[in-house]
Design a protein around this ligand. Structure first.
Ligand code: SAH
Length: 346
């Protein structure tokens, strides 16, 4: 597998070059790209408008990444589905389908595990195994689309892993996902969430894409952020916010700040005031997330009245706020917990 071409990770142009190298006609590239990215077949033998000989040649020279659905949990409340996929090397990852009125949204993982160490997050407890290939990222969306037999219209890179820690593969994934020859998802319907890797936020900004940047802020000061997110040791909060301002300047896209409310830690009136000071000048949106407690840590959710008060305070200060709807309450378990339970069992 190692010396074979990862054909699902090739962009359209590279596939054209590859097909030319194999001595095949240029239009074959369009056909193959369509089989892989539109029809989303699982093997070369399903590419029925190619000759048997060409199918065999592809099979010898290439590898077609396909994830295997190991388990799926379906919410009885809102139809949210949590998938556990097995990768070809035996590693497992999670993805989530959320059904909204405006369409189907998939939350994908970008890495196997994570090395960022955020204190409240289950995905990082066992560290990083490896980054996902572009093919492994995109196939989460393809398999889920096939599974439900419906189009996926929105994608959020908010599952396990730090996308900016797998930057080149992330960029390639974005290219594949938004390619007009493929699934053709609009850049506007894609959100990438980061804990704040400053140089990569700036690099992404320079690409001037129309994707939404979500920044996991979670604190109203550098000192508090340090308590929750070790990445703050490397990138100071003002440096991170400046990178977000730069992102807006370059792309014109309003940045989303994710703020997980942790009872007694970051949910006071003083926090709301300090947060306003920090981001009040920005064209942004704050998404409040009641922290999802994990058993390995003793953080608790802020109670509902505290959350409502926090929201009101920000709104009074002129900040756009939503409280994240908790989808799939009944199948919940915080990010990374399905995978963690699976690993512990096997
Ligand atoms: N590494 C990226 C994307 C993955 S995490 C990032 O940090 O943004 C997606 C979001 O879920 C982040 O905002 C993260 O801080 C948040 N999150 C992780 N565990 C959580 C938990 N137990 N409760 C609430 N939010 C959590």
């Amino acid at each position: 597998m190692l010396d074979k071409t990862d054909i699902k990770s090739l962009n359209y142009k590279e596939l054209q070059e590859f097909v030319a190298e194999l001595g095949e006609k240029p239009f074959r590239a369009k056909q193959i790209y369509e089989w892989i990215h539109v029809k989303q077949v699982e093997s070369f033998s399903e590419m029925t408008n190619l000759s048997k000989a060409f199918q065999q040649k592809l099979d010898e020279k290439c590898h077609l990444t396909v994830l295997t659905k190991e388990a799926v949990q379906i919410s009885k409340i809102d139809g949210t589905r949590k998938y556990l996929f097995v990768l070809e090397d035996g590693n497992v990852i999670e993805s989530v389908l959320m059904k909204y009125k405006h369409g189907n949204s998939v939350c994908i993982s970008s890495q196997v595990g994570c090395r960022m160490g955020c204190r409240f997050c289950a995905s990082t407890l066992d560290g990083l195994v490896r980054g996902l290939t572009p093919a492994e990222m995109i196939d989460q969306i393809y398999r889920i689309g096939k599974d439900i037999g419906e189009r996926i219209s929105n994608v959020v890179v908010m599952g396990t892993g730090e996308p900016m820690d797998n930057f080149d593969n992330l960029l390639r994934f974005i290219e594949l996902l938004t390619d007009e020859h493929g699934l053709n998802i609009s850049q506007r319907n894609l959100t990438v969430s980061t804990c704040g890797i400053v140089p990569k936020i700036r690099e992404l900004a320079d690409k001037k894409l129309a994707i939404t940047l979500a920044l996991s802020l979670h604190a109203s000061s550098q000192a508090k952020r340090l308590e929750l997110m070790p990445v703050a040791n490397k990138y100071e909060i003002h440096e991170v916010l400046d990178a977000c301002r730069y992102y807006f300047d370059q792309t014109g896209r309003r940045v989303t700040f994710e703020y997980s409310l942790v009872g007694g830690v970051n949910d006071t009136d003083e926090d709301a005031r300090a947060l306003t000071q920090l981001i009040g000048d920005m064209n942004c949106h704050v998404n409040l997330i009641p922290v999802n407690p994990i058993k390995e840590r003793d953080y608790v959710q802020s109670n509902a009245s505290v959350i409502a008060a926090f929201k009101n305070k920000l709104e009074k200060n002129g900040i756009n706020v939503t409280i994240r709807r908790e989808m799939g309450r009944d199948i919940d378990g915080a990010c990374g917990q399905l995978r963690k339970r699976y690993i512990e069992r096997t």
